[in-house]
Write a new protein. Structure first.
Ligand code: SAM
Ligand code: DTB
Ligand code: SF4
Length: 330
C-alpha cells in the first residue's frame, strides 16, 4: 500500500520534494491514489455547489497580475460598480438557493476590510444569507482578528483568502502585499474560529515545483483549510497575464489529484477556468478528488460554465433511475 493510503491521517510536514514526486507520478497511478484518498475521507456523491457574487467590482488598489479588478491594469474596462445594496445581494442569494446552491460566496475588490458603513453592510449580508439556510463565505482582502470575530458573530461560515502561488514565485505576480500579509490574515481567520477557504491559481507561468511548494504551505497550516479552491488562470485581456495560454486540462487534473492527497479532508473546489474543460475532463477532476464547483453564470467578472450545462453534468454523475432494476430484468 502507498504511504498516503496506509497512513491517511492529515500531515502538516510535507516537503516540496515529496509533493512533487506525487504530482509527477504516471497519470493513472496518481488519479487512482487520489481517488482512494477521496473515498476514504468523503462521500464521493457529494459535490458542493457554491454560488459566487461580486458585491464590489473593480478599482482595487492591489496589483495582482492575474486580476481584471486591479486599478493598475488600466486597459481592462469593467465599468466600475459601487458596493451592491444588501437587499440586491439577498435577492441574488435567494435565487441561488432556489437553483440549488449550498454555499453563497461574496467577493469585494478591496485591499483590506475597513470598519464603518461598508463593513456593516457586509455583516448584514452575511446574516441574511445564513437566515436563508445557506452557508456564507466572503472574500474581502486582508482583515484583522477583531474584524474576523465580527464576521463570525454575524454567522459567517468561512473566509476566503488565497495564497495564490508559492512563496518563491509570489513576487512575480503581486508586489503590493506580501506572502506574510496573507498568512497573517489567515491566522486572524483561524483565531476567530472561522472556517478557512484558501487555495491558489495555476497557469500563471509558475513551475510545477511552485505548485508543489504552494501545496506544502497549505499543508503546513494546522488545521488544514476546510476548503481549497484550485483556479486555472482565466487570462483577461489588458492584465499582465492576459496573453498566457490556458493550461492543459490534464495539468488541472494533476493539481487536483495532488491537492486531494496532500489535503485529504478538505473540500477541493474546481474553481475558475472550468469553461475551458470538457465535461469529461471535469469528471476526471472529480474522480481525482474535486468535490465542489462554482455554480452560476459568472464568477466575479468573467464567465463561468452555464447553469444548464452544470445541471446536465451533475445529473450525469447521479445514479441512473431504476438502473439496478433494469440490470436484473436483462
Ligand atoms: N480582493 C480579495 C482578495 O484578493 O483577497 C478578494 C477577491 S479576489 C478576485 C479572489 C481570488 O480570485 C484571488 O485570490 C485569485 O485567486 C482569484 N482570481 C482572480 N482573478 C483570477 C483570474 N483571472 N483567474 C483565476 N483566478 C483568479
Ligand atoms: C477563488 O479562489 N476563485 C473565485 C473566488 N475564490 C472568489 C474567484 C475567481 C475569479 C476569476 C476571475 C473573475 O471572474 O474576475
Ligand atoms: Fe484586488 Fe483581490 Fe484582484 Fe488582487 S485579486 S487586484 S486584491 S480584487
Amino acid at each position: 500500500m502507498t504511504r498516503e493510503t496506509a497512513n491517511p491521517a492529515p500531515r502538516h510536514d510535507w516537503t516540496t520534494a515529496e509533493i512533487l514526486a506525487i504530482h509527477d507520478l504516471p497519470l493513472l497511478e496518481l488519479v487512482s491514489r487520489a481517488s482512494a484518498v477521496h473515498r476514504a475521507f468523503h462521500d464521493v456523491d457529494d459535490v458542493q455547489k457554491a454560488s459566487l457574487l461580486s458585491i464590489k467590482t473593480g478599482g482595487c488598489p492591489e496589483d495582482c497580475g492575474y486580476c481584471p479588478q486591479s486599478a493598475h491594469h488600466r486597459e481592462v474596462h469593467l465599468g466600475k460598480v459601487e458596493r451592491l445594496e444588501v437587499e440586491t445581494v439577498l435577492s441574488a442569494a435567494r435565487r441561488a438557493k432556489e437553483a440549488g446552491a449550498d454555499r453563497f460566496c461574496m467577493g469585494a475588490a478591496w485591499r483590506n476590510v475597513r470598519d464603518g458603513a461598508e463593513f456593516d453592510a457586509v455583516l448584514e449580508m452575511v446574516t441574511g444569507v445564513r437566515a436563508l439556510g445557506l452557508e456564507a463565505c466572503v472574500t474581502l482582502g486582508m482583515l484583522n482578528e477583531a474584524q474576523a470575530r465580527r464576521l463570525k458573530e454575524a454567522g459567517l461560515t468561512a473566509y476566503n483568502h488565497n495564497l495564490d502561488t508559492s512563496p518563491e514565485f509570489y513576487d512575480h505576480i503581486v508586489t503590493t502585499r506580501t506572502y506574510g500579509d496573507r498568512l497573517e490574515t489567515l491566522r486572524a481567520v483561524r483565531a476567530a474560529g472561522l472556517e478557512m477557504c484558501c487555495g491558489g491559481i495555476i497557469g500563471m507561468g509558475e513551475s510545477v515545483a511552485d505548485r508543489a511548494s504552494m501545496l506544502r504551505v497549505l499543508a503546513s497550516l494546522d488545521p488544514h483549510p476546510e476548503s481549497v479552491p484550485i483556479n486555472a488562470l482565466v487570462p483577461v485581456e489588458g492584465t499582465p497575464l492576459g496573453t498566457l495560454e490556458r493550461i492543459d486540462p490534464l495539468d488541472f487534473v494533476r493539481m487536483i489529484a495532488t491537492t486531494r492527497i496532500v489535503l485529504p479532508k478538505a473540500r477541493v473546489r474546481l474553481s475558475a477556468g472550468r469553461t475551458a474543460l470538457s465535461r469529461e475532463a471535469q469528471v476526471l477532476c472529480m474522480v481525482a478528488g474535486a468535490n465542489s464547483i462554482f455554480y452560476g453564470e459568472t464568477l466575479l467578472t468573467t464567465a463561468n460554465v452555464r447553469v444548464a450545462e452544470d445541471d446536465t453534468l451533475l445529473t450525469a454523475l447521479a445514479a441512473r433511475p431504476n438502473a439496478s432494476r433494469l440490470a436484473t430484468e436483462q
